[in-house]
Design a protein. Structure first.
Length: 424
C-alpha cells in the first residue's frame, strides 16, 4: 500500500509539471541586437502543430512586434495540426492581423505543409515552397475564408484532398515568391534591406537586415516531442509496464520513478493527440491481462487475451493519425516479450530464496521438534531447520539423522546412529 501511495504522489507531481511547463512555450531563443538594417525573426515550426507549438508561434509574433522587426518568417515543416479548429482559426487570425508581415517558407527540400496546418499558407503575407516540398491535403476549411488570399482561396477545391509541389504552387499563385533556399526567399521580402555582391557567378543580393532565429526552448521541446503519435504511444506502454514491474519489487526504485514519468508524459501526449478512448482502454486492459498471468508465473489464456487487446488497441489508437509499422512492431513485440518472458523471470529471481549449501549436514543427528507429517521442524546442533520425513511420518521428540537435502528441506530418517562425527 505504501508503494502505491508513493507512486500516486509521484504521478501527481509529474502531472503538475506537465500542466505548468507548456505555459512557458513562448520563450524565443536569440536576443536581437540593435542593427541599422532592422531585424527579421525566423521561427522554426517543425512537427505536428500542437498547443505547445501554436502558442510558441503566437508568442514569437508578439516578440517580433515588440522588437519592431520588419517581419516574421515561419520555416514550416508539418504534416498536420492537432489543435482544435478554434485554436487554429485564432492562430490564423493572429497572423493576419499582425502589425508586421508574417510569411511562410516551406523548406528545406523535402519539407511539407499538409493537413489543416496548410491552411495557414492562405493567410501568410508571402509564401514560398522549396523544390521537393509539398503542400495541401487541407481538409475542410476552418480558417475564416475572408482572411485567405484570393489565389489560395481559388485553389481550395484542389488542395482539399490533394497536394501540390513547388512548380504548381508558384504557377497557381499559392506561392507568392520564389524560395529554393531560405536566403533567396528572405531577400525578396518587403522591408528587408539588401546589398549586392559581385561573385564569380554574377551579382548576388545579400540581406543587410539581421535574421533572428528562434525555435522551441529545450524544456518545451520535450513536451512537443512527447505529443508525437509514436513517442506518446511508446511512453504510455513503457510507463505501464514499469509500474507493473515496480509492484513486484520491494520499495520504490528506479523502475517506479521512470515508469511514473513515462506514463505521465504518455498521458500528456494522448491528451493533445486525437486518440480513441477505447483504444487507450485496450492498451490498459492488455497490460492488466498480462499481469494476471505474471502472478501465476505461467502464460495462460489471459496472455492470449492481452496480446489480442494490445494489437487491436495499438492499430486503432489514433483517430485520423497513424504510427509507423516499425513503431507498432516495437510496441507490441517489446511489451509482449517482456510481459511473457522478462517480467516472470524477474519476479522469480526476486522472490526465490537462494539455495544454501547444506550438504555438510548429511549424517548429523538431531531431534524432531514437532510431528513430521511429512514436513515439520527439527533441531540439529541447537538450531531449528525445516525438514521432511524421508519415509512415513515421525512423531515429536524422535531422534533422527539427516540423510540428504531437498531444496530448502532436510531429508531425515529415524536412524540416530549414523557414525558421522559432527566435529569433522
Amino acid at each position: 500500500m505504501r508503494r502505491l501511495v508513493t507512486i500516486t504522489v509521484l504521478l501527481g507531481v509529474l502531472a503538475l509539471l506537465v500542466g505548468v511547463a507548456p505555459a512557458t512555450a513562448g520563450a524565443v531563443e536569440g536576443r536581437p541586437t540593435a542593427d541599422p538594417g532592422g531585424k527579421l525573426h525566423i521561427v522554426k515550426v517543425s512537427g505536428l502543430l500542437d498547443p505547445v507549438l501554436a502558442d510558441f508561434v503566437a508568442r514569437s509574433i508578439d516578440q517580433a512586434e515588440r522588437d519592431h522587426a520588419v517581419g516574421v518568417v515561419l520555416q514550416l515543416n508539418s504534416s498536420d495540426a492537432v489543435v482544435s479548429d478554434r485554436r487554429l482559426a485564432d492562430l490564423a487570425e493572429r497572423m493576419h492581423d499582425a502589425t508586421i508581415p508574417v510569411s511562410i517558407w516551406v523548406g528545406p527540400s523535402g519539407s511539407k505543409a499538409k493537413g489543416k496546418v496548410a491552411q495557414l499558407l492562405g493567410v501568410a503575407s508571402h509564401v514560398a515552397v522549396a523544390p521537393g516540398s509539398s503542400i495541401g491535403d487541407t481538409g475542410d476549411v476552418v480558417v475564416d475564408r475572408s482572411l485567405l488570399r484570393p489565389a489560395f482561396r481559388a485553389q481550395l477545391g484542389r488542395l482539399h484532398d490533394a497536394t501540390m509541389g513547388y512548380q504548381s504552387a508558384r504557377s497557381t499563385g499559392v506561392a507568392t515568391n520564389d524560395g529554393p533556399v531560405l536566403g533567396e526567399f528572405i531577400v525578396g521580402l518587403p522591408g528587408v534591406k539588401t546589398k549586392t555582391l559581385e561573385t564569380p557567378e554574377g551579382p548576388r543580393r545579400q540581406p543587410v537586415t539581421s535574421p533572428v532565429f528562434s525555435q522551441l526552448p529545450v524544456q518545451t521541446q520535450i513536451f512537443h516531442t512527447v505529443a508525437s503519435p509514436s513517442v506518446a504511444y511508446l511512453l504510455f506502454l513503457i510507463g505501464m509496464v514499469l509500474i507493473v514491474l515496480e509492484l513486484y519489487t520491494a520499495g520504490v526504485g528506479v523502475a517506479g520513478l521512470v515508469g511514473a514519468g513515462c506514463f505521465v508524459l504518455g498521458c500528456y501526449g494522448f491528451g493533445v493527440l486525437p486518440v480513441t478512448g477505447w483504444g487507450v482502454g485496450l492498451l490498459v486492459f492488455a497490460v492488466l491481462a498480462y499481469a494476471i498471468d505474471v502472478q501465476t508465473g505461467v502464460p495462460r489464456v489471459w496472455t492470449g487475451i492481452g496480446t489480442a487487446a494490445l494489437i487491436v488497441g495499438s492499430v486503432m489508437l489514433y483517430d485520423g493519425l497513424s504510427i509507423s509499422w516499425l513503431t507498432l512492431i516495437v510496441g507490441v513485440a517489446g511489451t509482449a516479450l517482456f510481459m511473457i518472458f522478462g517480467l516472470p523471470a524477474l519476479v522469480r529471481s526476486r522472490f526465490s530464496t537462494p539455495s544454501v549449501d547444506r550438504e555438510w549436514m548429511v549424517g548429523l543427528d538431531g531431534e524432531t521438534v514437532e510431528r513430521l507429517g511429512p514436513d515439520g521442524t527439527i533441531r540439529v546442533d541447537g538450531a531449528l531447520w525445516p525438514a521432511r520425513a524421508a519415509e512415513g511420518e515421525l512423531g515429536a521428540g524422535t531422534a533422527v539423522t539427516v540423510r540428504g537435502v531437498e531444496g530448502l528441506l532436510l531429508l531425515v530418517g529415524p536412524d540416530g546412529a549414523s557414525g558421522h562425527d559432527p566435529d569433522e
